[in-house]
Design a protein around this ligand. Structure first.
Ligand SMILES: *Cc1c(COP(=O)(O)O)cnc(C)c1O
Length: 570
């Protein structure tokens, strides 16, 4: 039997994403966008939704991170071998790039649900003898360097991906673009479904826009104008030649330059942002388009620690398929069982920190966790704005901090942030244990979100479109202390599921946010943790509400059921 026979017999939704976090050993992702794509496909497998994922094979992966003694990020290649994780498929298609024929093949990777289903993923690869040396590298580097390389990668993903799905025998009834990188797929569909010239009156466009719109939906992730992917028409002409005429392209993707977000908006009949606030910001940025809100969620099984999986299996069986059941956690799971599961998860993190850094964290002292892509808007330095203040807070009630995150190799500011975190770590030595774990990846994320006591997030509003790691923490009974941006504007019930830093909708600036963070930590979070608050059992109550209110809602099963009914089947 051909490896695809069991997948091509029913029409599917094709989910396109430049990055995809399939598993820790496959480094084809850089951050939250890829994790969302992976969680989407894992949920499709759980729910047995007919979907197929499409991404680039990114043979050289993202990069492996080490930090030297001076706090400088060192980057090393992180190659992986697709033949060890998937099967090479027989079909081959080509895309013309810079007047050369570039051949593309696919690897089949299977996402396996531990409750039954399978979801196929096609990883596109140009590393073939028949391609020129330069073109063989086009699917090597995730978000490779230089705009020509980027445009070629996006052409391979969008155009090559659509062609390969067809060559493999897939029948696709919906194309979902996860961010604008894959938007060229809509042009490929315009060409595929164009009217024959004999059927047209003079001057009439051959393109059937309504038909293509009826096939496409688009999820945008970028809350700022400058963040959208764009290319000059000179470059587009150089790379794609006369693939599609310029007036049509300008009409669909912008007069001045090809804006991938605009292209996707114009050729999709369903568009959404990834949290309520982000959808509002996106609608204001692109007036005239209807932008729905489907708040992100995380995959229940993947982001729940072994100790909590066992707990939920016992008290709320079926929670993986239907995480709504977790709403009952507050009443149906004994406090002591939640505390024990958390202690286990915390011990796993403490062991990992000891193994990686030699630092012995104290199991009875609160651990604050912060990990994400290291880039300016995430403001990892906010916690360290006033070192003396931090020392004073820690002198009164002890706590510890675990940090992790990679900076994009070209993001000098991000690397500088990592260096400054190292300096703060030194400055606080003896007063407050702060450790930075190099090599942030899915596996480390899972250990951290479960093992810390409080998950910290301090982005600069409105730049956090959604954020997902606080949702992962909720699955492990870990409350968030976070700026009210992205998902937390919906997830925060003050003092119940966690705590807000700053006022809702406020852009108070760095100093005021830092002041607010210190006050919350000193006067509310630490006293409650150490039981000085009047109500006994106050902390475990917050842990259980993080599960009942937030894990029960901010999960990818709910997210996918919404995509299925509103974006795919509507
Ligand atoms: C979840 C995750 C992210 C995204 O975290 P945010 O909170 O959305 O910034 C990034 N990297 C890894 C490895 C993750 O697991």
């Amino acid at each position: 039997m051909l490896p695809l026979d069991e997948f091509v017999h029913i029409p599917r939704i094709a989910y396109f994403s430049m990055e995809m976090a399939l598993e820790s050993a496959i480094p084809t992702y850089a951050g939250g966008l890829g994790v969302l794509a992976g969680d989407t496909l894992r949920t499709a497998a759980d729910l047995e939704l007919p979907m197929v994922g499409v991404t680039l094979v990114s043979r050289r992966g993202n990069f492996r991170q080490e930090i030297d003694g001076a706090g400088q990020q060192q980057e090393f290649p992180d190659p992986w071998e697709p033949e060890r994780h998937g099967r090479r498929l027989g079909s081959k298609v080509s895309v013309e790039l810079e007047q050369r024929t570039v051949w593309v093949v696919g690897w089949l990777y299977l996402v396996r649900s531990h409750i039954g289903g399978l979801c196929p993923v096609i990883l596109l690869d140009t590393d073939l003898d028949e391609n020129q040396a330069e073109d063989r590298q086009l699917t090597s580097d995730l978000y490779g360097d230089g705009e020509i390389y980027r445009l070629k990668q996006e052409a391979l993903l969008g155009i090559g991906g659509v062609r390969l799905l067809q060559a493999l025998g897939f029948e696709i009834f919906r194309y979902h673009m996860n961010e604008g990188h894959s938007a060229l797929l809509s042009l490929e569909l315009l060409r595929r479904y164009a009217y024959q010239s004999g059927d047209l009156r003079a001057g009439e466009s051959p393109y059937n826009l309504p038909r293509v719109r009826g096939l496409c939906c688009f999820t945008t992730h970028t809350p700022v104008e400058a963040g959208h992917d764009r290319f000059s028409y000179g470059l587009v002409r150089r790379v794609l030649g006369h693939y599609i005429d310029l007036p049509t392209l300008q009409h669909l993707a912008g007069q001045e330059e090809l804006n991938m977000t605009r292209l996707a908006l114009n050729l999709s009949d369903y568009v959404n942002g990834v949290a309520n606030r982000h959808a509002e910001v996106s609608a204001a940025m692109f007036p005239g388009y209807r932008v729905h809100a489907v708040t992100n969620g995380v995959h229940p099984y993947t982001w729940t620690s072994p100790a909590f999986r066992t707990l939920y299996d016992r008290y709320l069986p079926g929670w993986c398929h239907e995480p709504e059941l977790l709403a009952r956690a507050d009443c149906c799971i004994p406090d002591a069982a939640v505390e024990t599961a958390h202690d286990r998860s915390k011990q796993v993190l403490i062991e990992r920190v000891r193994a990686q850094t030699g630092v012995a964290l104290h199991p009875r002292s609160l651990i604050l966790g912060f990990a994400r892509r290291m880039t300016a808007y995430k403001r990892p330095e906010l916690l360290f704005s006033d070192i003396e203040r931090l020392k004073a807070i820690a002198a009164e009630r002890s706590f510890q901090v675990v940090l992790a995150g990679k900076a994009h190799p070209k993001d000098r500011g991000g690397k500088e942030l990592i260096r400054s975190l190292y300096e703060y770590t030194r400055a606080l030595e003896g007063s407050l244990p702060v450790v930075f774990l190099p090599g942030y990846d899915m596996e480390m994320a899972a250990t951290m979100v479960a093992g810390v006591d409080v998950w910290l997030n301090t982005p600069l509003p409105p730049l956090e479109a959604s954020g997902t790691s606080g949702m992962k923490a909720a699955f492990n009974g870990v409350p968030s202390l976070s700026v009210l941006d992205g998902w937390w504007a919906e997830g925060c019930i003050e003092g119940v599921t966690g705590w807000a830093v700053g006022a809702d909708g406020a852009q108070d600036g760095h100093d005021q946010d830092a002041e607010h963070l210190y006050t919350k930590l000193e006067q509310i979070v630490l006293p409650l943790y150490y039981g000085y608050a009047e109500q006994t059992g106050g902390w475990v109550r917050v842990m259980k509400q993080a599960i009942s209110k937030n894990a029960a809602y901010f999960n990818s099963q709910r997210m996918m059921r919404r995509y299925a009914t509103e974006a795919y089947l509507d």
